[in-house]
Design a protein around this ligand. Structure first.
Ligand code: G3P
Length: 217
């Protein structure tokens, strides 16, 4: 499973990138707001750092304007993926932009039917939002499972990009189902390394080592 970082925090992305943990980056208007940076500047910096796809989201709601914004965002760097919302206009823009050979990430997907339409429109990535479905007592992972089945049934090449990931457990479940990509904030990716028994075991090893009176270096 590929790891995308769901953030515009350049330092946090760089730290994970240095460890080989970053296959791409996703942003959205809320993430840009949180960064406090100019969208073009921060996206350009991220694209220079990360060689994989970097999603930058349009904010227009009509297809023609979405297409214009998408083309403009794509000028930032070669690895820009244009992010479009899963609306009828978004699907129209997806078809036009993918026909031009551009990468498109269709976002705000909350149903298998929406994902099916995105694949028909040629989306490179579909972003089902797990956490936001869980928030309203629906099963976000069930959606990932349904999309996996549908895409595999027909050989759609659109990649399932599990999004709105809130926990390390979400990462594991997305990987078990076979999501192609998971995008998560840096703290969630780092939390995957944590285990209480690792901490406990290390404390015991260090305590015993101290008793030996030895040093390695
Ligand atoms: O990848 C989509 C993500 O940015 C949304 O996450 O936690 O705001 O639902 P969240």
């Amino acid at each position: 499973m590929k790891f995308f970082v769901d953030s515009a925090d350049v330092a946090a992305i760089a730290e994970l990138n240095d460890l080989g943990m970053v296959d791409g980056v996703t942003t959205n208007p809320s993430i840009i707001l949180k960064s406090g940076r100019d969208i073009t500047e921060v996206t350009r910096e991220i694209c220079a750092l990360v060689s994989g796809p970097v999603s930058a989201e349009v904010v227009a709601t009509q297809a023609d304007a979405m297409i214009a914004e998408g083309r403009k965002l794509a000028e930032i760097a070669e690895n820009i993926t244009i992010k479009l919302p899963l609306t009828w206009d978004g699907l129209k823009a997806c078809k036009t932009l993918t026909d031009e050979g551009r990468m498109v990430n269709v976002t705000l997907c909350f149903s298998a039917n929406q994902a099916l339409l995105a694949a028909k429109a040629g989306a490179t990535f579909i972003s089902p939002f797990i956490g936001r479905l869980d928030d309203i007592n629906l099963d976000g992972m069930e959606l990932i499972e349904d999309i996996r089945t549908i895409y595999d049934n027909y050989g759609f090449e659109t990649q399932i990009l599990a999004a709105s990931i809130r926990s390390a457990n979400h990462m594991k479940e997305a990987a078990l189902i076979g999501a192609d990509v998971a995008t998560a904030p840096p703290n969630v990716i780092k939390a995957m390394a944590n285990h209480v028994l690792t901490d406990k075991g290390l404390a015991a090893f260090l305590s015993d080592w101290e008793k030996t009176g030895q040093t390695i270096l």
